[in-house]
Each structure stands twice: as C-alpha cells, then as structure tokens.
Design a protein around this ligand. Structure first.
Ligand code: PEP
Length: 258
C-alpha cells in the first residue's frame, strides 16, 4: 500500500534443525525464482531458530540469495552473565536484518511485559537490527471490544523513548492472539481497523511522514488462500507468517499474493 514495499516474514518458531533449515531456504529460493519473484517489489525474510541462523546466512551469502534473514528474539543485554541469552550483537554479526520483538508466545510463555519489550526494541536498535515489533489482543479483549485501545497501549509502551529516526525503520506486526496458530484468520476489515489505528497513533507520536513510511504487517493464520484479501487493505503492508512459512511452496505462494 501507498509506496511502502510489502514484507513477507516467515517465523519458523521452534521448528527445523540446521539440515531442514538449509533445505527449506533452498526450496524457497528455487520456488520464488521459478515464479520470477521480484524481491525489490515484495521483500521476503525468514526468521529461523538461533541455531539455524549461521547455516541460513552461509547459504544466503554464498549463493547471493535475495532473501533476508533475522531472529525471533534477542536479549535486552549486550553481553555478560546472562546464561542462555543471545545478544543482538551476535545476531548482527550473523547478518541478521530483522529481529522479532514481543511475539505473543514470548509475552505469554516467557512473561515478557511491555517494559521488557521496550528494552528489547532499544537493544535491537543498539545493534543495528530492524525490529519486527509484535502487538495484538487476546480473545477476551477482542470480545469486550477494547482491542484497538489495548493494541495502541502496547504500541505506546513499546515505543517509549524510541526516537523518530529509529521509528522510521521499525516494522510493526499486528497479530491478534486468537488468530495465531488457530486457523482462525482475522477478516481483512479487522486487520485494516487495527493497522490503520496503529498508523494514526504513529502520526501522533512522531509525524505523518514517519507514520506513512512504517510497514505494518498482519499476522495470524495467513495462508495462500486468504493473503490477497488482507493485502488489498490500505494499511496492511505485509504478513508475519508462522505455520505456513515452513512449507516452501505455501510460503512462496503467500509471497506471490498479487
Ligand atoms: C506467528 O507466529 O507470528 C503467526 C502468525 O503464526 P501462524 O501464522 O501460524 O498463525
């Protein structure tokens, strides 16, 4: 929509070991090239588990693939005594462009609140990574009809202290929790309502210029069969795709949404 380059990002979650990751990236690249995919017109990124990133980077660099890659999370810290954590500095050295921050599975299973999400967004910028900042409401909030307020509160809290220059490059993913991994996709109108509200909020927090440039993705049970209707909406600039992104033919079909 309006001059913004769509982004299709595949969140593999905790799936695929390094051999499977290598196969998937090769198949995805072949399928996209077979379909004459224009990577400048629709950007494609994969977010593998940490342990696959080196292999994915080697393939992408070695074969000069036009796919981009990133991580699913990062530490709030740069280095030190934080056992099991992964620094954004390490991700930057592995050629990551993107890092997902605040995915609902992190918020729910790892108790990441808005303060942690805010610190992770800042850490991403410190290390030159572009955050894919995830927000979205649960089912109860949707049923109560307060989903827009809820999501905008997450946006404001996450962006606290983030400068306009930083915000210009951010990617925001609106992912209603009730639609993630459930097969129950939001309607295009639901997606548009919240993505438009996020853009208006960005205009208030920063400027109309920043708001116009930021890519806002929809995520939640996106498939090749429902992506076109969602992408037709003015304020939806791409998709964050979970389950369907580990099937290369299906993910390639999503990337060819037009
Ligand atoms: C996700 O993991 O961000 C996601 C949207 O998952 P799914 O596409 O499987 O609903």
């Amino acid at each position: 929509a309006s001059g913004r380059t769509p982004l299709m990002a595949g969140n593999w979650k905790m799936n695929l070991d390094h051999l499977q990751a290598t196969h998937l990236v090769q198949k995805l690249d072949w399928t996209l090239r077979d379909g004459k995919h224009d990577f400048a017109a629709v950007e494609v990124a994969v977010l593998p588990p940490f342990t696959d990133i080196r292999s994915v980077q080697t393939l992408i660099d070695g074969d000069r693939l036009e796919l981009k890659h990133g991580a699913q999370d990062l530490s709030v810290h740069a280095s030190g005594a934080y056992t099991g954590e992964i620094s954004g500095a390490f991700l930057a050295k592995l050629g990551c462009t993107y890092v997902a921050v605040g995915h609902s599975e992190r918020r729910e299973y790892h108790h990441e609140g808005d303060d942690v999400v805010n610190a992770k967004l800042k850490a991403a910028y410190t290390h030159g990574l572009t955050p894919i900042f995830c927000v979205g409401e649960g089912l109860e909030i949707r049923q109560a009809g307060t989903h827009v307020e809820h999501v905008l509160a997450q946006v404001r809290a996450g962006l606290d202290g983030i400068t306009a220059e930083q915000a210009r490059s951010i990617v925001i993913a609106y992912e209603p929790v009730w639609a993630i991994g459930t097969g129950e996709v939001a309607t295009p109108e639901d997606a548009q309502e919240v993505c438009a509200a996020i853009r208006t909020e960005l205009a208030e927090l920063y400027s109309g210029d920043v708001a116009d440039g930021v890519r806002i993705l929809y995520g939640g049970s996106v498939k090749s069969g429902n992506v076109a209707a969602i992408m037709a909406k003015e304020d939806v600039d791409g998709a964050l795709v979970g389950g369907a992104s580990i099937d290369p033919a299906e993910f390639a079909a999503i990337c060819r949404f037009r």
